[in-house]
Design a protein around this ligand. Structure first.
Ligand SMILES: C[C@H](O)[C@H](O)CC(=O)C(=O)O
Ligand SMILES: [Mg+2]
Length: 400
């Protein structure tokens, strides 16, 4: 079968700290006022009083959304979105484009390897450059799917289950339960600087939701890198009587020894999870070796779908689960094909978690959401990732 070549790559941005929030989308922290995701969530910056109440106050949303569009010489296009904004556009249009243009649309692994190696000297193992590479990689998978008229999950080898079941991340596990999700994950609000009183306040929240959700509904805590081993260990033991299923991302990404120690010290049966701020296969290998239970790559940040597939295989070889950080269709297609992903994340982006707003709203047209906490694979039976791009408010700052 002769396949088209890649003619050009375009990079756009939307949102960011100073822009219209209605145009954001890919940077899910870039929300308007009075949103649960910016309401006293504990972070590594919470120890500074002036940055304790709002993550936007320290700049969590400055990057905004990056959109990469790849066009083949037959006129077909693929695209993807992530967090990366204008700086990501520079990297795509001034550097990475050279590895795509003129290549066959199926040269995804070669292009991925070249992007990874050509940026080794300034990429690091996670962050803006890795987000940008991920976005290019996802756009290539989308284009390949559109050219071959196949959904990405079929390109990956096909689904290993008919249906996905989801837990929800948000501020209201009780509402998530009513919507049919299997569990609710909340952001912790207190950290080491709050001492034992912080632990008591956190436990009171968990106790409240254990009471209202009953004994079997999964409850989890997301710590967004805000803790140290001592605080996390104390919190884990204090939460154990309320059957907390897992503690997530307690420590900054590179504190591998800390994760190993935490896993050893955590109560029997409580899972320790992390990975959403890691990029590259090597970084996930070191993380996996700490012995934590679930690896949680974000497909828009870890190096793309090409890296996520490698990470899933790595986890599988060690008997660990891979449950990607919620990334909507970009995660769904992959998770359907992984035997070691028995459930998936849905990230609530409605301000009070009372409705099911698509994660990347309003940027993706036809972005599916779980129904009764579940999604059938047939929902994804469209070419590529199966979504279209809402172009309102997109800006293209660098044109090569
Ligand atoms: C709620 C967390 O702080 C973060 O915004 C999302 C996240 O880490 C997750 O969904 O996992
Ligand atoms: Mg998380």
């Amino acid at each position: 079968m002769s396949l088209p070549k890649i003619k050009t790559v375009r990079a756009y941005f939307a949102g960011g700290a100073t822009a219209d929030k209605a145009a954001a989308g890919g940077d899910y922290h870039d929300q308007g006022a009075n949103h649960w995701i910016d309401d006293h969530v504990a972070t590594p910056m919470s120890k500074y009083k002036q940055y304790e109440q709002s993550r936007q106050s320290f700049g969590i949303n400055v990057l905004g959304t990056l959109i990469v569009e790849v066009e083949a010489d037959n006129g077909q296009t693929g695209f993807a979105i992530t967090t990366g904004g204008e700086m990501g556009c520079f990297i795509v249009e001034k550097h990475l484009n050279r590895f795509l243009e003129g290549r066959c649309v199926s040269d995804i692994k070669l292009i991925h390897d070249q992007m990874m190696n050509a940026t080794l000297y300034y990429a690091g193992s996670g962050g803006l450059v890795m987000n940008t590479i991920s976005c290019v990689d996802l756009a290539l998978w989308d284009l390949f799917g559109k050219v071959t008229d196949l959904p990405v999950y079929k390109l990956l080898g096909g689904a290993v289950r008919d249906e996905l079941q989801f837990y929800a991340t948000g501020a209201r596990p009780d509402l998530a339960q009513q919507m049919g999700f299997i569990g609710g994950k909340m952001a912790v609000q207190w950290g080491p600087h709050d001492g034992d009183e912080g632990i008591r306040k956190e436990v009171a929240r968990i106790a409240h939701y254990r009471e209202s959700c009953g004994p079997d509904f999964w409850l989890m805590l997301d710590c967004w890198m805000s803790q140290d081993v001592n605080f996390a260990t104390k919190l884990a033991h204090a939460c154990a009587p309320y059957n907390v299923k897992w503690l997530e991302e307690c420590l900054p990404p590179q504190q591998f020894e800390g994760y190993a120690q935490l896993k050893q010290q955590a109560p029997q049966g409580m899972l320790i999870t992390s990975g959403e701020h890691h990029g590259t296969l090597q970084s996930f290998r070191t993380l996996a070796e700490t012995g934590i239970d679930i690896l949680q790559p974000d497909v828009g940040w870890c190096g793309g779908l090409t890296t996520l597939v490698e990470v899933a295989a790595l986890a599988k070889s060690r008997g660990q689960l891979v449950v990607p950080h919620g990334s909507s269709v970009y995660s769904h297609h992959a998770v359907f094909t992984f035997t070691n992903s028995p459930f998936s994340e849905f990230l609530m982006t409605s301000p009070d978690c009372s409705t099911l707003r698509p994660q990347f709203d309003p940027l993706l047209i036809n972005e599916p959401v779980p129904v009764n906490g579940r999604m059938h694979k047939s929902v994804l039976d469209k070419p590529g990732f199966g979504v279209e791009l809402n172009r309102d408010g997109l800006k293209r700052p660098y044109q090569h």
